[in-house]
Design a protein around this ligand. Sequence first.
Ligand code: GLA
Length: 401
Amino acid sequence: MPGTRTSDVKSFTTLWLTLLSAGLVIAGAAWAVASGGPQTQLALTPPMGWNDWYQYECKVDEKAVKANAAALVSSGMKAAGYRYVSIDDCWQGQRDANGFIHSNSRFPDMKGLGDYIHGLGLQFGIYSSPGPKTCAGYEGSYTHEQQDAETYARWGVDFLKYDWCSASQVYSPDQMQAAYRKMYEAILKTGRPMVYSLCQYGLEAVWRWGASVGGNVWRTTDDIGGDGYARVSMFGFQQNGLEKFAGPGHWNDPDILQIGLGQLNFDEEKTQMTLWCILAAPLLAGNDLTHMGQQTLSLLTSAEVIAVDQDPKGVQGQRVWQEGPFEVWVKPLAGGSKAVALFNRSLSALTITARFGDIGVHDRAEVRDLWARKDLGVFNDGFTAKVPPHGAAMVRVKEIR
Ligand code: GLA
């Protein structure tokens, strides 16, 4: 380079090296977020567990969480696949002079609670907000993200639900992704893997970017409770179309199961379980596990229905046919067979047919009733079932070639 001094060459080289290494750092960070770094092996199938919110709201305490964790094991739910025991809002106390969060008097020993949950072979979930306050007005993580992530890691937390709430007062909508990424990076820095559950009610089409900010699951809807079948079915069925955004490690979350909470009748509960499993949605029970009827337990633990949710292919099902309030949904499974759900959203019992042409099956197929755990035989062209009002049927269809 004529007229160029050695020092210029040096600084030119230094500049390039700096730019190159900065590029590598940025690329590395992007890779860590995209690949999840230490988070990569989390939620390869939709998370299953229990969350206290609908049963206890702010009356939750350590005793209730321990009792439900123990019941998760003794009831057989752990054996059915449920793992995460999650405290929702209202556990937070004050920050100390150094800014570290402490639990309130209802949770005297969070580390001890984590140890208890782990001692049962379960995993520990907690809740916070990117805003200054949680939805119930408790202390949020705003400006304390790293400290909070470290505290959770110290307590042995395995799952964090991060709920937008008052963040709307300190961030604009276009800062939402950065706010969620900030906590993700704080979790990464602790070195402790935590399933990262985004809760912002589906704002800003979260399904399009949830995974890119480290989310393993993201709520696609507002809160599901309080309005029985109307809300459960509205939120559940409106997941159609979001299937392309779900897959191993990153799932759409239409919120907590309402089974056993007294909001739905038996067929409506069966509809929620069937739909959530066809959707590959997280299965988070929300009822009091310490006082659970046999019917509730059997809906929550039906092995072949849960196997559809947990299928390793990790495909979210979709609607393939609709006629007014009657719907047929399909979820392709590992091994080539298909889970097929027939839904009746009307108030009278009616027959619904899943035509094989609509579900991508030719001519003849073996059909198995997944709720009854019974082979129904070989069918030609389609499968017809009488489905009760607000009810559902679910079968596995295996093409005979
Ligand atoms: C929001 C969330 C709920 C629950 C409450 C707690 O409404 O969507 O799932 O966590 O906050 O306050």
